[in-house]
Ligand binder design. Structure first.
Ligand code: ACO
Ligand code: ZN
Length: 175
């Protein structure tokens, strides 16, 4: 049997399961100051299970992404009502960074958002000081659409970043 490329790279992407919750909360708490209630995680999972993903390496979850599908104005084109994939949170354990896990999570989430929920655009907010994440998103074709002053609890600004989800992208998340 042919091994999938993700397994050759040493990690696997799969959808979130309820029993993953404690580990996802642990990763979130270790990696980000934005933390959420159990209800918040499970609500996103119940409503949008196909875009709540985890990355498994060395038999343990090392990263996650969770998204909300929203109907609203396009961030990229004026006055267009659009179905948007809002990346609420993504994080990868420090020891597992720089091996493509976040890229794979983003690509698979965008693919699933399009295929399962009809999203045509993806957006997120990121701290203006978060260089690693800003680089990750620009590499994935996101552009800055708006600076949101004082977006975070500590007063830091956010960049809102967005990109369209193209037909050609839909296969990439499967890699
Ligand atoms: N410095 C410079 N560029 C970086 C860095 C870094 N530390 N990390 C990632 N990049 C860029 C690089 O261009 C990289 O490609 P390369 O390795 O070929 O040079 C590209 O992003 C892809 O990197 P991945 O390996 O796919 O990303 P990784 O799995 O390391 O995860 C992440 C990136 C999620 C930002 C990780 O550093 C992390 O968990 N940080 C803490 C939590 C966080 O900031 N999350 C994002 C908050 S915003 C939000 O959630 C919407
Ligand atoms: Zn957000």
């Amino acid at each position: 049997m042919k091994a999938s490329p993700l397994i050759l790279e040493g990690f696997e992407i799969r959808t979130f399961r309820r029993e993953d919750l404690d580990r996802v909360i642990e990763i979130n708490t270790r990696c980000l100051p934005e933390n959420y209630s159990t209800f918040f995680y499970l609500d996103l999972y119940n409503r949008f299970p196909k875009t709540f993903l985890v990355a498994v390496a060395d038999d343990e979850i090392q990263g996650y992404i969770m998204c909300r599908i929203e109907r609203g104005l396009s961030k990229l084109r004026a006055l267009r009502l659009t179905r948007l994939c809002h990346v609420v949170s993504i994080a990868v354990m420090e020891a597992y960074r720089r091996r493509g896990i976040a890229t794979a999570l983003m690509l698979r989430a965008m693919r699933n958002a399009a295929v399962e929920y009809g999203a045509t655009e993806c957006f997120l907010e990121v701290r203006v000081s978060n260089e690693p994440a800003l680089r990750l998103y620009s590499k994935l074709g996101f552009r800055k659409t708006r600076r949101i002053v004082g977006y975070y609890m500590d007063g830091e600004d956010a960049w809102e970043m967005a990109r369209p989800i193209f037909e050609e992208d839909l296969m990439k998340g499967l890699k």
